[in-house]
Design a protein around this ligand. Sequence first.
Ligand SMILES: Nc1ncnc2c1ncn2[C@@H]1O[C@H](COP(=O)(O)OP(=O)(O)OP(=O)(O)O)[C@@H](O)[C@H]1O
Ligand SMILES: [Mg+2]
Length: 388
Amino acid sequence: MAAAMIGGAFLSATVQTLLDKLASPEFVDYIKKTKLNEPLLMKLRTTLQYLQGVMDDAEEKQINNRIVKQWLDDLKDAVFDAEDLLNQISYDSLRCKMENTQVGKKANPVWKWNIFSSPFKNLNGEINSQMKIMCERLQNFAQHKDILGLQTKSARVSHRPHSSSVGNESVMVGRKNEKETIMNMLLSQKDTTSNNIGVVAILGMGGLGKTTLAQLLYNDEKVQQHFDMKAWACVSEDFDTMRVTKSLLESITSKTWESTNLDFLRVELKKISREKRFLFVLDDMWNDNYNDWEDLVSPFIDGKPGSRVIVTTRQQKVAEVAHTFPIQKLEPLSNEECWSLLSKHALGSDEFRHSKNTTLEEIGRKIAKKCGGLPIAAKTLGGLLRSK
Ligand SMILES: Nc1ncnc2c1ncn2[C@@H]1O[C@H](COP(=O)(O)OP(=O)(O)OP(=O)(O)O)[C@@H](O)[C@H]1O
Ligand SMILES: [Mg+2]
């Protein structure tokens, strides 16, 4: 059963990594500019999302149902093949970018795509046909879900818990450079806009550690001393100016605000933040509407010079609308960091990482590599191993 659970979590983590990759701006950009079949990739994405929806149910049912177990095992193979295919596309994208950079470095600094020339032309045809086969293979699994009686667990994303400013630093891995870079932005005396607020946008795919990094900064000793006032608000997908304004007020004053009068709340926030050097965190922003953003921040533009806002987001456009400092794009953790995180959660320390048991270490490292640099995957798998 333990193996089945780990396998299941593994599969979910891999599918999530694939979905994030398919939605990433670099990937979408590459597909658009090449002759790769975009509708086919969209179909692949939809099919993976659909399969992800029934995976929880399949994981539960496989324990008593051999056919479901076989379905899940076969699906695992197909998902790993899909992973190889997408890695191949990412590799080609990188190679294409590098070759073009080297060829046209001086003559034309604008990145041009050389995909119509050989060998990319043939390669794209090959990838398109592999993608078609992959899509049909995965759709086949989706078609069988009714026969197996698997059910979708819908609206998984919208039930994500709201974040808070409290984190657990004892299991923190890496992110030292990122922390230092952002810390310099927070503590610098330079103001980047005509008003007094400097905005740092932390950008990255789901589960990469944006909130965790923001918590680390928010609770740092130097930050505590530098700012007169701090507040944390989780914005989330259903953007609501009233809720965010209220959250900021509640975070500052440590009391509940009952009013539903937005104007009153905004005036109060304006009064409280005026002439104060503040740090506000707006965690998990999805709304990229410029007017909504301006509206949200307008009550606190009279803060003291040096006031800062940290925005965390998965969306490039949100970061572009909000940022005044250079956008901080988080990269995946290294395999070594994933391995450290996985072992910390599996054993409560990373002693396991340095153990003499080479077989265990070899397996652990393989699992860590499959996490694709996503801390959430390393943590989840470590947690599952711990309980077994
Ligand atoms: N550097 C890290 N070291 C240890 N654990 C981490 C690290 N980064 C993230 N985590 C863990 O991974 C999980 C996901 O991280 P987090 O919530 O910060 O991701 P996120 O990028 O904010 O995701 P989302 O876009 O879904 O909000 C958390 O449980 C966190 O504890
Ligand atoms: Mg987050």
